[in-house]
Design a protein around this ligand. Structure first.
Ligand SMILES: Cc1cc2nc3c(=O)[nH]c(=O)nc-3n(C[C@H](O)[C@H](O)[C@H](O)COP(=O)(O)OP(=O)(O)OC[C@H]3O[C@@H](n4cnc5c(N)ncnc54)[C@H](O)[C@@H]3O)c2cc1C
Length: 816
């Protein structure tokens, strides 16, 4: 009995030491002291077992001992099995920086570190731009006109965008740009996404492309020439990486540049002769300068020893002889400017290389280093903005659309879709805003950029599917009055570009995250590369401590023991503790998967995707909690927070379960399940009461609706194109007065108090007035309300031969 007591005491002590990763000395004390006590108290079984355990811990845990016999053996083995990291992968791994994503890998995220990224909001100038310039340009673009009538933005919109320097948001003021923060860029794109073509036309020049590459790597001469011209739209840039043979596998591009000497105007010029074929290049049809990625060869060694210099980026002016540019592709749903570029025997001097000849061969590094910021902003902001508009339109439509005598927003089936899309929009907004805030603090979030791109564009697809469903035929019928259908059909564009989602989810998020964010893996690989035994010892045994620590934390916290203290209010704190708990489980599973599958994990993409999903959901949830923490909540927002957190936790647990079920080693799967979820799943899908509350709040004029729709284009002035969101806003403001009147009239009709032939609402209003059920003022009000409702429900029809032809765009006579 005494032996058992001592062993239990030692086990508890050891678990606590593991949970805290307190180190070998503490572990020695945890087993050694009860062992000695066993000798003193004559409990031989406990004494022997515990002292043996103490010896084992000392042999493996004390650096002075293990470095003599254990570490060298482990090091030899590790070097045999460690995955080879290719040069391309290494560049990707070294790009960007690690912040909260790294905390999640530790299994005990330090929430104070996240909260320390203060949110200073937007500057006055940024806010004014959002309210004035963005509103102006949104008012110039009707979706149908842009997408179907002219397949282009109106000329007035292009002029305005250039004049107001929309293309220079990332360019500093000293070069004539706007020099906006990441949060402001995101807010602008969220507002402009009321029209996809408008958003993409503004988003692309401000994302990865000539502007950003020049800013970071350009020579002074290149910067001074191009940046002011890019900022005010005198130059329109595009960036060509993709071609028919190289899509996702972009580094395999077969486009070549050869270093040659040529006579130009009687002078011998050292330059590059280019042959290339690019496709799907956004803005190419109207671009004046092409950023081009190609593989540079120097067979005659005019630059040095190397003959294959590698991927290189250069700027090619549109009118360079040999370049065919101007033809268009037709992206689905949103015909923004996009097209092929073909080059045959194109010659440019060497100083066309971005950054000059010294940057020859550095192109891939340049692209990958720049990718993280733009990828966090452009498409994720588009997704968050779409979420705002879709919630606004869907809430408005479902409130005014009556079937079975009540607004369809009152039907539970519709409420389910409304609440889901609202929550997805809410999460997307928080994730993109808080990640932009990290960027404004100097972080270059490489792994979060893959998370945001893939997860939020999937949210966008889900949001728009729900929005389409609740709109019924209204959104199915294309025409100027359909504000939703084009956005829905444009979804695959966001899913595909900047790293197609399947690849990004399956390969990038965890594949890159596991090595990039892991506290020790990169160090271990570097130690193996550098043949550094001491560095390996530190990294490997730190790693071992992390694994046992994560196992102990995941298990005890799953049993409700020893949850961490988290700096959140009582509403958010339980969710933050869950993030901490599940991040310990994630850390453990990540290590178990890497250890058991080794380099073959790269090919087991379905497992990698599930680990990536765990990381992604925990990341999104953390951003949501930070947003809640930093902001001031409004009525009904608590329901939305609960709903959103539960959705994300449910998804996290689902990914865990699928991982456990599919690990090749069943024993490992079961063991991990027993440690991470010893009591099974905790998180169900959100309760129906939350669904009802959210659906009601988004489909009526509430502070929550106002908050979610903040930053959208929801006004309309003389000369603007129609704005359905502004009209829904007005209708919802009047709805509390209209609804009781509808109810009175419908009740009277059902009770036979009104003539049976009063089938139209207008007839019922007149009949109700005649019967004295409503007064004249109310009748006039309801007539006006109903007329507006009918107009919003109306869909377009066309002449029989209306689709026979389409006028050509006159917006770009200079490049036609
Ligand atoms: C409208 C539009 C605009 C674009 N704009 C530009 C631009 O301005 N500049 C530019 O350079 N490029 C641009 N692109 C190219 C875009 O970035 C590529 O389309 C994208 O990278 C995917 O390549 P792909 O379409 O050839 O797909 P593929 O590479 O053919 O992939 C097909 C499918 O296989 C999946 N897949 C591929 N490899 C893997 C893997 N290892 N694991 C799992 N799944 C995988 C992909 O996820 C995808 O689902 C644009 C494309 C479009 C359609």
């Amino acid at each position: 009995m005494l032996s058992l007591l001592l062993i239990v005491l030692a086990a508890i002590g050891l678990v606590e030491v593991m949970r805290r990763e307190a180190g070998a000395t503490a572990a020695l004390a945890a087993t050694g002291l009860p062992g000695l006590l066993g000798i003193v108290l004559a409990a031989p079984v406990a004494a022997v077992l515990l002292l043996l355990a103490t010896l084992a811990i000392a042999a493996g845990g004390l650096p002075a001992l293990r470095r003599r016999w254990l570490t060298p053996r482990l090091f030899t083995r590790f070097r045999r099995v460690a995955p080879r990291v290719s040069d391309t992968e290494r560049v990707a791994l070294e790009a960007g920086s690690v912040s909260w994503d790294g905390e999640l890998f530790t299994g005990r995220p330090d929430w104070q570190r996240l909260l320390a990224y203060r949110d200073d909001g937007l500057s006055d100038a940024e806010r004014a731009f959002l309210e004035h310039q963005c509103t102006e340009v949104a008012g110039l673009c009707n979706g149908w006109d842009v997408a179907r009538e002219r397949a282009d933005l109106p000329e007035a919109a292009w002029d305005y965008l250039k004049r107001e320097r929309f293309f220079g948001m990332i360019i500093p003021e000293e070069y004539g740009g706007l020099g906006f923060s990441a949060k402001a860029q995101s807010a602008v794109l969220q507002k402009l996404v009321v029209n996809e073509t408008l958003m993409i036309s503004v988003g692309v020049p401000n994302s990865l492309g000539p502007g950003e590459l020049l800013l970071k790597y350009g020579t002074d001469e290149q910067k001074n020439h191009y940046l002011p011209r890019l900022a005010d739209g005198r130059e329109i840039p595009c960036f060509g990486l993709t071609g028919p043979r190289a899509g996702s596998d972009a580094t395999s591009l077969p486009d070549v540049g050869v270093v040659v000497r040529r006579e130009v105007d009687g002078e011998s010029v050292l330059g590059i002769e280019l042959t290339f074929e690019k496709r799907w290049i956004t803005l190419a049809p109207i671009a004046t300068v092409v950023g081009l990625a190609f593989r540079l060869f120097d067979p005659d060694h005019l630059l040095g020893e190397e003959s294959d210099l590698g991927i290189t980026c250069a700027l090619i002016p549109r009118d360079t002889p040999g370049m065919a540019i101007g033809r268009r592709h037709h992206p689905i749903g949103s015909p923004f400017m996009n097209g092929p570029i073909v080059g045959r025997d194109v010659f440019v001097p060497l100083d066309r290389i971005i950054g000059g000849p010294a940057m020859a061969g550095q192109g891939w590094r340049m692209l990958v280093e720049c990718l993280s910021v733009g990828r966090c902003i452009t498409l994720p902001s588009g997704a968050a903005g779409v979420g705002r508009y879709a919630a606004g339109w869907s809430g408005g439509f479902t409130r005014i659309r009556r079937q079975f005598n009540v607004p369809v927003a009152e039907m539970e089936g519709v409420q389910e879709a409304l609440a889901r899309l609202t929550a997805h929009a809410y999460i997307a907004q928080a994730a993109v805003y808080q990640t932009a805030n990290l960027i404004d603090h100097g972080v270059k979030p490489a792994v979060p950029s893959a998370i945001l791109k893939s997860q939020l564009t999937e949210f966008q697809r889900r949001i728009l599917a729900d929005a389409m469903d609740v709109h019924g035929g209204k959104a199915v019928t294309l025409g100027p009055r359909n504000y939703l259908g084009l956005a829905w059909s444009a979804v695959p564009v966001s899913i595909t570009v900047e790293g197609a989602n399947i690849m990004t989810r399956n390969l990038m998020v965890f594949g890159q995250g596991a090595i990039r964010c892991h506290p020790y893996v990169l160090e271990e690989l570097a130690a193996a590369d550098n043949d550094d035994l001491d560095a390996f010892d530190r990294a490997f045994f730190g790693h071992a401590g992390l694994i046992v620590g994560n196992a102990a934390r995941a298990f005890t916290q799953a049993l409700g023991l020893g949850g961490p203290r988290v700096p959140f209010d009582e509403l958010a704190a339980p969710y933050a503790r869950e993030v901490s708990r599940l991040s310990a489980g994630f850390g453990l599973c990540a290590d178990a998967a890497m250890a058991s599958l080794g380099s073959s994990l790269k090919k087991r993409e379905m497992l990698s995707a599930r680990l990536g999903d765990v990381l992604a959901n925990l990341y999104l949830l953390s951003m949501l909690l930070k947003q809640w923490h930093d902001g001031t909540s409004v009525e009904h927002e608590a329901a939305l927070l609960h709903y959103s957190c539960r959705t994300l936790l449910h998804r996290t647990e689902q990914a865990f379960v699928e991982l456990f079920d599919n690990l090749p080693s069943r024993a490992l799967g079961r063991s991990l399940s027993a440690i991470v979820m010893p009591l099974g799943r905790r998180w169900k899908t959100p309760e129906d009461t939350l669904t009802r509350e959210i659906a009601h709040a988004i489909s009526t004029a509430t502070p929550l609706r106002d908050k979610l729709l903040a930053g959208t284009w929801d006004t309309r002035k003389e000369g603007d194109v129609d704005n359905p969101l502004a009209r829904y806003k007005a209708l919802l403001a009047d709805y509390p007065r209209a609804e009781p009147l509808y109810r009175t009239l419908n009740k009277a009709y059902a009770g036979g108090e009104l003539p049976a032939e009063a089938l139209h609402p207008e007839q019922r209003i007149d009949a109700g007035l005649a019967a004295g059920l409503i007064g004249e003022e109310d009748a006039a009000f309801l007539h006006a309300f109903e007329a507006e409702v009918l107009d919003m429900l109306t869909v377009d029809d066309f002449a029989f031969d209306a689709f026979a032809g389409r006028p050509a765009s006159a917006s770009h006579p200079d490049v036609a």
